[in-house]
Structure formats: structure tokens, C-alpha cells
Design a protein around this ligand. Structure first.
Ligand code: 0X9
Ligand code: ZN
Length: 431
């Protein structure tokens, strides 16, 4: 009898240990069953403080879209366990809310179902009706490099924390073309960005449309389809909502920093990033603490005479953002031009049958203060005059889990916008 009891106790202890292990670093995939996403309307500083403190203190709340003063909105994901407490808090503080997503896991499952159906139906060729994992994107990149040896060339940005190689492709039809650098998927969960980047590479190489041929042949393209390689891999295998890098922190259980807050330009000023390692916008302990950001800054410095336009792909919200990110009180000298180019981009997209509306302007003005971003670093430290962040579809209906059927429409919008952006940039004499 006593032996039986001992066995039971040992089994129970094992169970407890196993579940504690799961909490720390799950060997399986994180699930988001009945996690909901809310659009909150925050009307004063106190309301904003309440929500921001909530998001900083708990790992269970996850900010999908930070507060911006224009819409007064913030998007936040809440676990089913916290929902009651959360709603009570909203009531007490009189915070307006609207449910955007009823069940995050359902969106993730739909995304996977489409992927499975696509794989079964397809002949194994790469396409843009599903999202691919890092290894598949890299294999495709290899096939492209092999198929177009005369106009393409691989370049290496550097190594990630987990020692993956951050790869890029250069497409050049003639020496001396003005250069355009595209960095994509710095935020791991923004899968539409690498889908769009690979599609864009494919268009530059295969399209027969005169305007696209001109774009491909008159410029040198430097494109990094997946910049945050560790985070992207992790978002596929462990946690669909992962945003940051994967470097552990010395004094915190929380992992990674926001690579787009880690560059050495106005780092951590004006509350444009967080000092809390558990925050989604953790800036790192020092600028360049993340090997990925350090490698990109070094690589860009080494080729700074080879490009004049820098574009960073993000989602979501439908914005074309220019510097500055660190302050809304000052604007770049050429801000009028940056706005003109932004207007051309937005108009071209709005003219497509989808009628998708993009907002343009400086990051700090139309969105929120963000410091240490890659675009601002290139603009301020490498003195580049044209730099943008594109925030792709949508406005929050699906957020980061943009259904695969929207990949191609989003890409068409990218091409229309890009043609207009480059056209206007040339017209204004920058390239
Ligand atoms: O907060 C960010 O890093 C970007 N938004 S996201 O929702 N994709 O995280 C905006 C970055 C703005 N970019 C620059 N200031 N350059
Ligand atoms: Zn982003």
C-alpha cells in the first residue's frame, strides 16, 4: 500500500515537473485557443497607462498594434483566462472596446489548412497562395540564383544569434544603376512581408510588363526576404505570434529584443521603445545588442555607396511611413518630397480595384514614436534621403494572420505602389 502511494506521489511530481517545463520552453507549438483580440479606444493618459502597464507586466497580454494618437486605438490580444479580469478593468476605467478577432487559433488553423490543401494540389513549385517556412524560402532563393546567374548574385548580411545565415539577393542588369535596398521580416510574425518580398523578386526576374521590366533593369535591387531568421523560424515551429529576436537576456526569463528598436539612432529616447526585456518593443540593453541588427548596420555601411533608397517591409495597418520615428516635433529637410512620394504610392494603390487605403506620413506623426528603427538609422546615420516602412494589409480584421488568399492582392498593391514610389523619387531627382 505504501509503495503504491509512493509511486503515485512520484508520478504526480513528474507531472508537475513536466508541466513546469512546458511553461518555460514549450517543445510543442504554442496554442491560441479562444484568445481574443480587442480594439481599444483610449481617450486619456490614464487609460493608456493602465493598458500599457498590463501589457508590460504580463506575458499573457500581447500588443498587436501599439497606441497611435490619430486613431486613439490600440490592438491587444487577451487569453481566455484573463478575459474576465480584462473586461472588468475596461469597465472600471471606462475604456471603449470592440472585439476584432474572436479566436486567434481559428485563424492560425485556417492558415494551415490552406497550406496543406495547397501542398497536396501543387507540383511542389513555389507560389504565393500559402506561406512558406525559412528552409523552403531559402531553397527557392537557391533555385532563383541558379536560374538567373547573369543578373543575380547572393549576398550575406551576417549570422543570427542562433547562427543562421542572413541571406540576400542582388539583382542587377547593368553596372552603375541606382540602388534600392529592401529589408523584410525584421518582425517574425509579419509573414506577409517575406511572401511579398519573394513575389517581388520573382516579378523583377520574370515579368514581361514594360513598367516592371524598366524597374528591374534600371535599378540595382538588394533584397533580404527574411531578415529575422531565428524569429521567423520560431514563429513557424513554436509560436505564431513571435515578433522579436531569439537572444536570451542575462537577467530576465524573457527572450529576444525588438530588432527594429535596436539600431543606434536616437536609441531609447522619447519613450520610443521599452527597457523591459519582456516587452514586445524591448530595445535591447545597448544599441546593437542583437547580432542581427549589428550585422545589418555593418553590411549597409559597407555598401553605402551602392544604394539611395531603403525600404523596410512590415505588417499591419496599411501605412507608408517615412522618418522620423523618434520625434513628431521635427521633420526631415525633404519632408515635403517624402510626402509627395507617399501620396503617389497611396494613390496608385487606391486606384486598384481593391480600393485599399494607405495612410502616409512620418512614423512619429501618423503612427507613434519609435526609436532605433532600421529606416531611421539608414536615414540619419548613412544620410540616405529616401527611406520608408511599408505596413501591409490589413487594418486588424486578421492582423498578422492575413489569409493566404490575400497574398497576391497585397503583392499587386505593392507593385503598383512601388512603381509610383520609384517614379516619383526619380522625378524629384533623387535617383
Ligand atoms: O513598431 C514598429 O516597429 C513598426 N510597426 S509594427 O506594427 N510592424 O511593429 C513601425 C516602424 C516604423 N518605422 C520607422 N520609424 N522607421
Ligand atoms: Zn513590424
Amino acid at each position: 500500500m505504501r509503495l503504491l502511494w509512493l509511486c503515485a506521489a512520484a508520478a504526480a511530481l513528474l507531472l508537475v515537473l513536466a508541466s513546469a517545463g512546458t511553461l518555460k520552453d514549450s517543445p510543442t507549438k504554442e496554442r491560441y485557443d479562444h484568445y481574443e483580440v480587442y480594439r481599444l479606444t483610449l481617450r486619456n493618459r490614464l487609460q493608456l497607462d493602465v493598458i500599457e502597464r498590463l501589457a508590460e507586466l504580463s506575458n499573457k497580454y500581447n500588443i498587436w498594434k501599439d497606441y497611435d494618437a490619430h486613431s486613439q486605438e490600440l490592438h491587444i490580444m487577451v487569453s481566455p483566462e484573463d478575459l474576465q479580469h480584462f473586461q472588468q478593468l475596461l469597465r472600471v476605467h471606462g475604456i471603449g472596446s470592440e472585439q476584432m478577432v474572436a479566436n486567434v487559433q481559428a485563424l492560425i488553423d485556417e492558415e494551415q489548412v490552406t497550406a496543406a490543401a495547397d501542398t497536396a494540389a501543387s507540383d511542389g513549385t513555389f507560389g504565393w497562395t500559402k506561406y512558406y517556412e525559412l528552409a523552403e524560402i531559402e531553397a527557392w532563393l537557391d533555385s532563383v540564383l541558379a536560374a538567373y546567374p547573369n543578373v543575380t548574385e547572393q549576398f550575406i548580411v551576417g549570422q543570427s544569434y542562433e547562427n543562421r545565415t542572413i541571406r540576400g539577393i542582388k539583382i542587377s542588369h547593368q553596372a552603375g544603376n541606382p540602388g534600392i535596398f529592401i529589408e523584410s521580416n525584421i518582425h517574425a510574425r509579419e509573414w506577409i512581408t517575406s511572401a511579398s518580398a519573394t513575389w517581388f523578386i520573382n516579378q523583377l526576374l520574370t515579368s514581361e510588363e514594360p513598367a516592371v521590366r524598366n524597374l528591374a533593369e534600371s535599378y540595382d535591387w538588394h533584397i533580404v526576404p527574411v531578415f529575422n531568421v531565428d524569429g521567423f523560424e520560431y514563429s513557424h515551429t513554436k509560436n505564431r505570434m513571435w515578433r522579436k529576436t531569439r537572444q536570451p537576456h542575462a537577467t530576465s526569463e524573457c527572450i529576444g529584443a525588438d530588432a527594429n528598436r535596436n539600431f543606434d539612432s536616437h536609441w531609447m529616447v522619447n519613450n520610443g521603445a521599452s527597457a523591459n526585456p519582456c516587452s514586445e518593443t524591448f530595445a535591447g540593453d545597448v544599441p546593437g545588442s542583437e547580432p542581427e541588427a549589428r550585422a545589418l548596420a555593418e553590411y549597409l555601411s559597407s555598401i553605402q555607396d551602392q544604394f539611395s533608397v531603403y525600404i523596410s517591409f512590415h505588417s499591419y495597418g496599411q501605412y507608408l511611413l517615412s522618418p522620423f520615428g523618434h520625434t513628431a516635433a521635427e521633420f526631415p529637410d525633404n519632408y515635403d518630397d517624402l510626402l509627395q512620394i507617399g501620396a503617389a504610392f497611396a494613390t496608385a494603390i487606391e486606384e486598384l480595384p481593391y480600393g485599399t487605403v494607405y495612410t502616409y506620413g512620418s512614423t512619429a506623426d501618423v503612427l507613434y514614436v519609435a526609436t532605433g528603427t532600421s529606416v531611421d538609422w539608414v536615414f540619419n546615420e548613412l544620410q540616405k534621403k529616401i527611406g520608408y516602412t511599408i505596413e501591409y494589409r490589413d487594418k486588424g480584421r486578421y492582423g498578422f494572420i492575413l489569409p493566404p488568399v490575400q497574398i497576391l492582392p497585397n503583392c499587386q498593391e505593392l507593385m503598383a505602389g512601388m512603381l509610383a514610389l520609384i517614379d516619383k523619387t526619380k522625378q524629384l531627382g533623387y535617383i
